[in-house]
Design a protein around this ligand. Structure first.
Ligand code: ATP
Ligand code: MG
Length: 450
């Protein structure tokens, strides 16, 4: 008897590996994390600060799709980058055969949207985004397959003051988050003719040291020699230290742009240092590149990386438009906050509703609704299907919830049309009775005391 071909075999795609755990339970995909409460509160706290800071710098949010045409990243991220060579989640649309990719970064998506909607028709646009990115990397601390980036892009601005503005924004955000000891490294990639001269000098230098190159570097020597400079191989550090530096190939215009960036940062009290090995190996980058780095997260210490990409619009087929931006790894920033000892914001409600008898629900629920409408957060005891549970058990839950008050809707209270409000903090015990119709008044005193 011949075996019936599976759907996968029929469509000539590999059989899916069973995505199951030991006991046949489904688990999250490797390298992709759930963000659960209470940790999710830290994310929201971070996002609230981001929106604030973006607002005071007049950056507006943009939301682009998570799935884009693969060609966008091949062109816009670059064929010779690690991302495109080995990290993308790409697939073919089953229905129309289009080649699609889960975005590994969002600059290409933002620029595509800007071109498609002609966003810069009336001048520059300052934009930011937050959201998931996908890269097939080896998962480790600070490196995941689904991770979140915050990014800012200033489109249509050529001047060095916008490069500086973007970095000042990061510095201010980090300051607000209470981050310490994050350093700023800068470099300039100058202009294309300068880089071509440097490239020739680099190829010459590395060719003279061919046997000291690892296989990756040997491959890059022809495709993308600049990228050899950011090798992580310890055995190649000495060689790379001695390589010709791009900075010494820069002409007057490039030096002036770079000097202004440095001067403006210093004028605003942001310390920086030059890292001549900070590079981006693609033609559409120019002038400023920068990173915000910590030494407290091991190998994954780059929190934020950015730079000017004046050639990208043209690379994507649009008219030349100067642009500069950065991307920040949100997991890394949140981890640094944790490493530096910042406690999670408390997640407690204002009040916990103790409901000894399900018969109380009809009177109690409208009161809880009124409280919530006036901004008081209330967690309701649930369990009507099992007779609600004893008062003692409910008070235990109320305590554990961290709420400031218990609202007790007992039988006595209900016959007298009132609720008992019992303090759960400061040793607890203090309690008052309030008419049900009067609870909103109590709520207003609560708000002003908070
Ligand atoms: P790295 O050298 O660490 O791989 P990268 O050059 O690939 O970084 P960018 O493409 O510049 O990183 O992305 C901007 C930021 O996004 C990084 O500085 C980092 O904070 C974060 N990031 C990049 N890849 C990951 C990942 N796989 N998991 C978590 N965060 C990441
Ligand atoms: Mg990477």
């Amino acid at each position: 008897m011949t075996e019936k071909p599976t759907a996968a075999a029929a469509e000539n795609r590999p059989e899916a590996k069973a995505p199951t755990g030991k006991r046949d339970r489904l688990s999250a995909v490797k390298g992709m994390n759930d963000i659960l409460p209470p940790e999710s509160a830290r994310w929201e706290w971070f996002e609230a600060h981001v929106r604030d800071v973006m607002g005071v710098y007049a950056y507006r949010s943009i939301r682009t799709p998570i799935v884009e045409h693969t060609a966008l990243f091949v062109k816009g991220t670059g064929e010779t980058t690690d991302i495109v060579e080995k990290e993308m989640y790409s697939f073919e649309d089953r229905l129309n055969g289009e080649q699609l990719t889960l975005r590994p970064e969002n600059t290409p998506g933002v620029v595509r949207a800007a071109i498609e909607h002609n966003l810069t028709y009336d001048g520059g646009k300052r934009l930011f985004y937050m959201g998931p990115m996908f890269r097939h990397e080896r998962p480790q601390r600070g490196r995941y397959r689904q991770f979140y980036q915050l990014g800012a892009e200033a489109l249509g601005f050529a001047g060095p003051e916008v490069d500086a503005e973007l970095m000042l924004m990061v510095a201010q955000l980090f300051d607000r988050l209470g981050l310490q000891k994050v350093r700023v490294e800068l470099n300039s990639l100058g202009l294309l003719p300068e880089r071509l001269q440097h490239r020739a000098a680099l190829i010459d230098y590395f060719t003279r040291h061919l046997d000291a190159l690892d296989t990756d570097a040997q491959r890059r020597l022809q495709t993308n020699p600049l990228r050899i400079l950011d090798t992580k191989n310890p055995a190649m550090q000495e060689l790379v230290q001695g390589a010709p530096q791009l900075l010494s190939f820069l002409g007057e215009t490039s030096l002036k742009h770079f000097d202004q960036v440095k001067t403006l940062l210093s004028a605003c009290g942001v310390a920086w240092s030059i890292n001549p090995r900070l590079v981006r190996g693609l033609d559409y980058y120019s002038h400023t590149v920068f990173e915000f780095i910590t030494d407290e997260l091991g190998a994954q210490g780059t929190l934020c990386g950015g730079g000017r990409y004046d050639g990208l619009f043209e690379t994507l087929g649009a008219k030349p438009t100067p642009a500069v931006g950065w991307g920040m790894g949100i997991e890394r920033v949140l981890e640094l906050i944790q490493v530096q000892g910042d406690a999670l914001p408390p997640l407690a409600c204002d009040a916990y509703a103790v409901l000894p008898d399900a018969a109380a629900l009809e009177l109690a629920l409208p009161v809880l609704q009124a409280l919530r409408q006036s901004g008081v957060s209330v967690q309701m005891h649930a369990g009507a299907e099992a007779g609600m549970g004893s008062m003692k058990a409910q008070f235990k839950k109320a305590d554990a919830s961290g709420a400031r008050y218990a609202l007790v809707f007992g039988a006595d209270e209900l016959t007298s049309g009132s609720v008992t409000i019992k303090s759960l903090r400061d040793g607890g015990g203090a309690q008052v009775a309030r008419a049900l119709s009067d609870v909103a008044l109590w709520a207003s005193t609560l708000q002003s005391a908070a």
